[in-house]
Unconditional design. Structure first.
Length: 480
């Protein structure tokens, strides 16, 4: 603006200059005419000419002056309005409809200003678009995390939370979380003991990892909570980042692994100890009579069979884990299969003086099944019934059919299973915490393998049980 003012004289200065030039020209003309007429002695006769000529010259000069300063006047008016604030942007200045050098220069100047303004506006909009896109992208990533994540103030109030945390805490939306303390929200989900432990840990440290139980048992759920202080100018001093992860399956897997180590140790140590003891007795004593030797040999065979059965269970689970279990289907006479299974478990039933009852239909269908694996499932169910039923109890086998399936039910009057443990019976290595069950040897693998075999045949095993009353296991297989 200052450069433009210095380059061009003001409009009033140029008007004065033009008028002075026109006035001087008019005076010079009038004087010249007057002198000429006076010298000739004809001034009075040419007075009209003497007046008309200066007047014409003044009007003509005024017209020329007006045309010449019109563009400059428009430019000066626009600049004054822009300076006074009537125009908020240089792009509001208007070009001139003229072909003078000044108008042409003015129009080129406005064109350059408009182009620069357009580029600046485009750059600004592009930047805003990119910032908005980046913000949405990070927000999408934040909400896509499987772990619950939250930010809190130094006072512990949550300011930001992702969808995973909202779902884990069981609230409707982020509005139900913001401004509230995490201890208050967690207290609605975790056990009182874990809630108290969390409050104490908050007082001790700004950075910690804590496992929170949702109930009295691991199966109720376990959350792993982590707190990390946020450092930097972008955060208020004392702010924290919280992460919450559901580690229930991991903890259950650890429990099963520990249970397996315990079970494997017991299942291997006991028969090995018996085998060693009876073998040493046979080696060190030559005067043992034949009948006692046969008894020792039978015990050795029994313990060896027990070890082999446990190893077979481990191999079955290994195949199940790797997905290598396969079924080889053949047409099988179910009646004959059941007779063979009963014959197999009869010694176990007789050993405990158990009453065995069977109820079979007069005619049973033939099935396309893997005979050995289904026989193994039935042996496992009947053996468990005999194993966990006190002496003198009853074990029943009932077979029923309908248009679509066959149901083989094994029922006992044994220990039974509590409602809390019932959903976990098909978990690998799981065994009831009932002291009576713990006294009986078992690997916790048989039911898991039996359910997998039933699944591969398109069927399933269902359970109904009442503690201290008995249990019923039903193997359902499709007829087709």
């Amino acid at each position: 603006m200052n450069n433009l003012s210095n380059a061009l004289p003001s409009l009033s200065s140029r008007i004065v200059d033009r008028y002075l030039m026109c006035g001087l020209a008019a005076i010079f003309g009038v004087v010249s005419v007057a002198l000429t007429l006076a010298w000739r002695g004809a001034l009075t006769e040419s007075i009209s000419v003497t007046v008309a000529v200066p007047l014409f010259l003044l009007l003509a000069g005024s017209y020329v002056m007006r045309r010449s300063v019109q563009a400059n006047e428009s430019i000066e008016n626009q600049l004054q309005q822009f300076t006074s604030g009537l125009y908020t942007s240089p792009t509001e200045l208007t070009p001139l409809v003229a072909s003078t050098p000044v108008a042409t220069g003015w129009n080129k100047l406005l064109q350059q200003i408009n182009e620069q303004s357009t580029l600046a506006s485009l750059e600004q909009r592009l930047g805003e678009t990119l910032d908005a896109s980046a913000g949405k992208r990070w927000e999408s990533i934040f909400n896509a995390l499987s772990e619950g994540v939250a930010l809190s103030t130094p006072n512990g109030q949550i300011t930001l939370a992702n969808n995973a945390l909202i779902a884990m805490l069981g609230v409707a939306s982020s509005n139900d979380i913001q401004g509230r303390g995490l201890d208050e929200l967690l207290a609605m989900s975790i056990s009182p003991t874990s809630a108290a432990e969390f409050v104490n840990q908050q007082k001790k440290s700004n950075s910690f990892t804590l496992e929170l139980l949702l109930g009295s048992e691991l199966s109720a759920g376990v959350w792993r909570l982590n707190r990390t202080p946020l450092i930097g100018n972008a955060f208020e001093p004392g702010s924290s980042l919280w992460t919450l992860r559901d580690v229930t399956q991991q903890k259950l897997a650890e429990e099963m692994r520990n249970q397996f180590v315990f079970t494997a140790t017991h299942e291997l140590r006991t028969p090995l100890a018996n085998i060693k003891a009876y073998a040493e007795t046979l080696i060190d004593n030559d005067d043992i009579d034949v009948e006692r030797q046969k008894g020792f040999y039978n015990i050795l065979m029994s313990e060896a069979t027990r070890l082999a059965r446990f190893v077979d269970d481990l191999l079955d689970v290994s195949q199940m884990e790797s997905g290598a279990i396969s079924v080889v289907r053949h047409e099988t006479d179910v009646a004959r299969l059941i007779d063979e299974v009963i014959e197999n478990v009869q010694p176990q039933l007789q050993e405990k003086a158990l009453t065995f009852e069977s109820k079979l239909p007069a005619k049973m269908p033939k099935l396309e099944i893997d005979k050995d694996k289904i026989a193994g499932v039935l042996v496992n169910l009947l053996s468990n019934a005999a194993k966990y039923t006190p002496n003198g109890g009853t074990v029943r086998l009932r077979v029923e059919t309908d248009a679509e399936s066959i149901q083989l039910q094994v029922e006992d009057t044994g220990i039974g299973v509590s409602a809390e443990e019932l959903p976990r019976l098909f978990e690998k290595f799981f065994r009831s915490h009932d002291a009576r069950v713990q006294e009986i040897s078992g690997s916790g693998l048989g039911l898991a393998f039996s359910q997998e075999v039933a699944r591969l045949h398109g069927g399933e095993i269902s359970i109904s049980s009442e503690l201290n009353v008995g249990s019923r296991f039903t193997l359902t297989l499709p007829l087709n």
